[in-house]
Ligand binder design. Structure first.
Ligand SMILES: [Zn+2]
Ligand SMILES: [Zn+2]
Length: 151
């Protein structure tokens, strides 16, 4: 049993809820891969493994799993939210290619300096920052340049 399941169980019991095997199945699947995901992808992954968890059940359970701090929302794209697991995974930000969907995770110390500055300037206690940088990756730019050469 992974630590994430143990953590989730204690979260559920503190809330006075009853846990369900379905929820644990969803959590195990989320933690079986490091990828960012959306509900459709998660549903397909589960189905491919023969799971009977419904899409509706995933939608129902995501808020609870988020509340337990195992996962978080990362970006909204194509009309729906994308998530990633954060438990066991340090703070990072994202560079996202809008052509091919590639995601590069990065940590940049300068951002923590900006945090400090903002905290002082606005007298704000900063807990974390989220930075989602959108653009074109090097491969997509090369493809675009190559296509341009041909025309
Ligand atoms: Zn790309
Ligand atoms: Zn990430």
């Amino acid at each position: 049993m992974g630590n994430e399941i143990a953590l989730f169980r204690s979260f559920i019991s503190k809330k006075g809820l009853r846990n369900t095997p379905e929820r644990e199945e969803i959590i195990k699947e989320i933690f079986s891969s490091h990828d960012h995901f959306d509900v459709d992808e998660l549903y397909l992954r589960l189905r491919q493994k023969g799971s009977r968890v419904s899409k509706a059940s995933i939608y129902r359970n995501i808020p609870l799993i988020m509340e337990s701090c195992l996962i978080r929302e990362v970006w909204h794209e194509d009309g729906h939210m994308h998530y990633e697991h954060i438990y066991g995974h340090g703070h990072h930000c994202h560079l996202r290619c809008i052509q091919c969907g590639k995601v590069i995770e990065f940590v940049d110390q300068d951002l923590f300096e900006i945090e400090k500055r903002l905290g002082t300037k606005y007298d704000f206690e900063i807990l974390e920052h989220r930075l989602d940088v959108i653009g074109y990756c090097s491969e997509c730019r090369q493809h675009a340049a190559a296509a341009g050469d041909r025309s």
